[in-house]
Design a protein around this ligand. Structure first.
Ligand code: ATP
Length: 335
């Protein structure tokens, strides 16, 4: 029986990169019955819902999603549908592997970077609880709970143990937010004590940002609350060649939705030059989740082979290939 997977093309470059990822997954030979669930500003306006029911229904049925980015308006408009989906399905762990890719020229090409970011995905300043107390005075609530902090720490340490990683670094600003980040840190320490075989370190987020740029090779597993996790993810992506190549997974107890770190990139949408690597690597993570390890390894190796050959890669990583040329090359490289 083919496995059912919800494919959310999204908007901006989403439809281009998700179609490319779908082609690459299908070319591995894994039988997938794709359920297409449209989710974009037009659909949201038409249905009058931030998170249309058909998308939730499909993910409830399939439990697995491959999702393109959906635009979030800045300083007004509807609330983020990406955040709404993570909260609705309680996808509490955002996992983002950031690795140097052979053949990608970046400012850090001479350094081997291989870190995995574990970002809490459901609370913090993403609570959306904002309030204008009086005119021109606004408060924004940062919510940190023991439940959410313990469970993201547990996922990070479990991953470290299972995958033979050596070190977990918790990133915080508990010198200033003594209560909120203090609670997050206490939870990380508690979970760290249960995993003595893993080295545990703490870094204040500003220092961590500098260390990431100065000595990125020292980082292994990073453990962060939601907002720092978002910012540090983009910083880390910049170290290895940009947002076009960094994938992600949103994991809950029952559901898993795989999506790139990047947004809808309206500046290049429709031009045929978006880099589908991040979506393809997200699909590799999805195949591993589906226990299709052989297909996952083959797709991973095919992408790396195209990069090593330095042909057909897209402009964001210094190439001159189109989305389609890159995808064709990956499919051709599938052993
Ligand atoms: P969001 O807030 O929705 O995460 P963002 O503000 O981080 O979005 P992105 O849409 O991710 O912004 O784009 C940031 C920059 O990275 C843009 O210049 C964009 O063109 C580039 N970029 C993002 N993704 C890709 C991609 N897949 N291929 C090529 N360039 C990309």
């Amino acid at each position: 029986m083919p496995q059912k997977v919800t494919l959310i093309p999204g908007d901006g470059i989403g439809p281009e990169v998700s179609a490319a990822a779908r082609r690459a997954v299908d070319a591995t030979g894994v039988k997938i019955d794709w359920e297409i669930a449209e989710l974009n500003p037009d659909i949201m306006l038409k249905t009058g819902q931030t998170l249309p029911q058909h998308v939730v229904d499909s993910l409830e049925r399939t439990c697995i999603g491959l999702k393109g980015p959906v635009t979030t308006p800045i300083a007004g408009g509807y609330t983020s549908v990406n955040v709404a989906l993570r909260k609705r399905l309680d996808l509490y762990a955002n996992v983002r592997p950031v690795r140097s890719l052979p053949g990608v020229v970046s400012r850090f090409s001479d350094v081997k970077i291989d870190m995995v970011i574990f970002r809490e995905n459901t609370e913090d300043l993403y609570s959306g609880l904002e309030h204008e107390v009086v005119k021109d005075v606004v408060t924004s609530l940062k919510v940190i709970t023991r439940t959410a902090s313990i469970r993201i720490a547990e996922v990070a340490f479990k991953f470290a143990v299972d995958l033979g990683r050596k070190k977990v670094t918790a990133i915080h600003k508990a010198n200033i937010m003594k209560l909120a980040d203090g609670l997050f840190l206490r939870c990380c320490r508690e979970v760290a004590q249960r995993h003595p075989q893993i080295e545990y370190k703490e870094l204040i987020v500003d220092n961590a940002s500098m260390q990431l740029v100065m000595r990125p090779e020292q980082f292994d597993v990073l453990l962060l609350p939601n907002l720092y996790g978002d910012i540090v993810s983009d910083l880390a992506a910049g170290l290895v060649g940009g947002l076009g190549i960094v994938p992600g997974a949103n994991l809950g107890e029952k559901h898993a939705v795989f999506e790139a770190v990047h947004g809808s990139a309206p500046d290049i949408a429709g031009k045929g030059v978006a880099n589908p690597t991040a979506m393809m690597f997200s699909a590799v993570m999805m195949l591993i989740h589906m226990r299709e390890h052989e297909a996952a390894n083959r797709l991973q190796a095919a992408i790396e082979k195209v990069y090593s050959g330095k042909k057909n890669t897209t402009p964001d990583v210094g190439g001159s290939g189109t989305t389609t040329q890159f995808t064709d090359a990956v499919i051709a490289a599938l052993a």
